[in-house]
Design a binder for this molecule. Sequence first.
Ligand code: NAD
Ligand code: UDP
Ligand code: UDP
Length: 307
Amino acid sequence: MTGGAGFLGSHLCERLLKDGCDILCADNFYSGTKENVTHLLGNPQFELLRHDVTFPLYVEVDQIYNLACPASPIHYQRDPVQTTKTSVHGAINMLGLAKRLKARILQASTSEVYGDPVLHPQHEGYWGHVNPIGIRSCYDEGKRCAETLFFDYHRQHKLEIKVARIFNTYGPRMHPNDGRVVSNFIVQALRGEDITIYGDGAQTRSFCYIDDLIEGIVRLMESPKEFTGPVNIGNPQEFTIKKLAETVLEMVGGTSALVLKPLPEDDPRQRQPDITVAGEKLGWEPRVDLQSGLEKTIAYFRKSLGR
Ligand code: NAD
Ligand code: UDP
Ligand code: UDP
């Protein structure tokens, strides 16, 4: 697993260890941390390797989960050239590894391939509406190019590929300072700071709880060989950002004020997955609603921030 020390990756490591797998977790700790996987280090079936996927990797494995890539705008915009390199060179190296080993490989792609979508909700046949030269492009176009590489290795070299388009996911072990909306709002509410709504808060997102996401990803990896995806994995319950802020504040309590801040460039107006394909091909649908997912996430941040 590349990117195994990140938010999603650390949960996926836990799940695969429970399933009895041996894991080689390769991560350069750019946006993930050793702390995310410290509790797994004593397990003889878990191995942690400091490695940057933009460099070749010669190891022996049966399956590859390619998750390496900073995922939050703050992290991926800090070094945008490295972000594109991670997606593109990282994909080439991992596909080269998969080709040599005849190993099945899964790509953690993203709803960002749809950009600021004109079609709503987004289904996998939609080609997207992406600015190729904006501040989000290093991430969006890097992920789009990675998908291209996956499908060309599949057509040209007959590789067994799986492409998941992951929609906004939240839960314990989100980085408290990476600027993503769920962690930001919870941390702000817990600290009694202003809750920062960008724009007028009318933009929408659909939030998937981490456990649901992991179940979808594992089912995709284990799906029949012919099924490559891309497949949307996300929760179709859609909320405005303003509604999310109000819900978090109500659940945390406290005295925070909701304040409006400038909307970042190219911020998508709306996002909601059409998950028909995931239902049909993987028998998957999310089970955790926003209220219960937020309860668990708030409990995690209360503990980790000591509030
Ligand atoms: P994260 O930033 O917590 O994890 C990414 C991990 O990749 C980190 O541990 C980081 O150190 C590592 N990494 C970054 N560059 C690397 C490199 N060059 N070599 C090796 N490791 C590198 O983010 P996350 O939320 O866990 O996301 C994991 C994957 O899922 C990413 O590919 C992301 O694009 C995708 N995804 C996440 C979401 C979401 O809502 N969290 C949504 C869509 C897609
Ligand atoms: N690669 C790797 N590990 C391997 C095999 C390949 O990291 O076990 C990398 C290698 O750097 C190569 C890339 O994957 O550049 C693409 O490999 P591929 O065989 O597709 O291309 P080629 O080696 O012919 O350029
Ligand atoms: N957002 C916000 N306040 C914050 C952080 C984010 O209003 O403190 C908004 C952001 O502008 C976007 C949405 O919440 O419209 C989701 O942002 P995030 O960075 O979590 O994910 P992405 O934009 O990549 O979906």
